[in-house]
Design a protein around this ligand. Structure first.
Ligand code: 5RP
Length: 233
């Protein structure tokens, strides 16, 4: 992570990431998140492996993170060897500070991210302070991963839950495909008053594989902003 000086938002992300990386200790099996903030975590763990002799193994949440982890020399493992992880560190698109409930998946990695989060004893979220919201859904759509077959039917049912639904696409108009070769429906619900009920309703739609509401999963959030580092747990 050398080169251009970082803009303020990136600096905050880096500060939060470096703080979170101190929670990683020798011998841990670590879930590595996806996104621009998680990138700083992976870089810091790579640095600690090279400079401090930190000994860990890791499971990445995306092909992109896997590529970065390999470049950083972080040893990778599998759920076969480590069905339980000691810690996962990942970013978020929205954080509700009172509950630590999250929206994730803007980077399209929500399925693997949720599998890794569910396997981890601690889920530590790193972000810049702009990610706090009063209610989930205020800033971002909730991404919902669906199988390609019959996606229009799943999208119609998501709309019936009250969302404005847009299949995620590339600039050239082609469908965005996740690492698991599924589609993402970006669902704008507006402020979500009852995320648990919405979560169950989304899971009830056949063809839905996972959604970006990460409820009751985060054990700690570490954010950085103009007022410094803030830790919630
Ligand atoms: C990817 C994610 C990311 O963690 C989330 O989008 C935050 O990304 P960034 O750190 O770039 O703001 O959920 O699927």
């Amino acid at each position: 992570m050398t080169g251009q000086p970082l803009d303020p938002a990136a600096l905050f992300k880096q500060q939060a990431a470096i703080q979170a990386a101190t929670l990683v200790k020798d011998g841990m099996a670590v879930g590595l998140g996806t996104g621009s903030t998680a990138t700083f975590v992976v870089a810091e763990l790579g640095r600690r492996i090279r400079e401090e002799g930190l000994r860990i193994c890791a499971i990445p949440t995306s092909d992109a993170t896997e590529a970065q982890a390999r470049e950083e020399g972080i040893p990778l493992t599998s759920f076969g060897e480590h069905p339980d992880l000691d810690i996962a560190i990942d970013g978020a698109d929205e954080i509700e500070p009172g509950t630590l409930n999250l929206v994730k998946g803007r980077g399209g990695a929500l399925l693997r991210e949720k599998i890794v989060a569910a396997a981890a004893k601690q889920l530590v979220i790193v972000a810049d302070a702009s990610k706090y919201v009063e209610h989930l859904g205020m800033l971002c759509p909730v991404p919902v991963e669906v199988v390609p077959f019959g996606w229009e039917s799943a999208a119609t049912r998501l709309a019936r839950l009250g969302a404005h639904v847009a299949p995620r696409k590339h600039r050239d108009g082609s469908f965005y495909l996740t690492d698991e070769k599924n589609l993402i429906m970006d669902c704008v619900f507006g402020p979500i008053e009852d995320p648990d009920t919405l979560s169950q309703s989304i899971y009830g739609i056949v063809g839905v594989i996972e959604h970006g509401l990460f409820l009751h999963m985060a054990t700690q959030t570490i954010t950085a902003g103009p007022e410094g580092i803030k830790i919630l747990e």
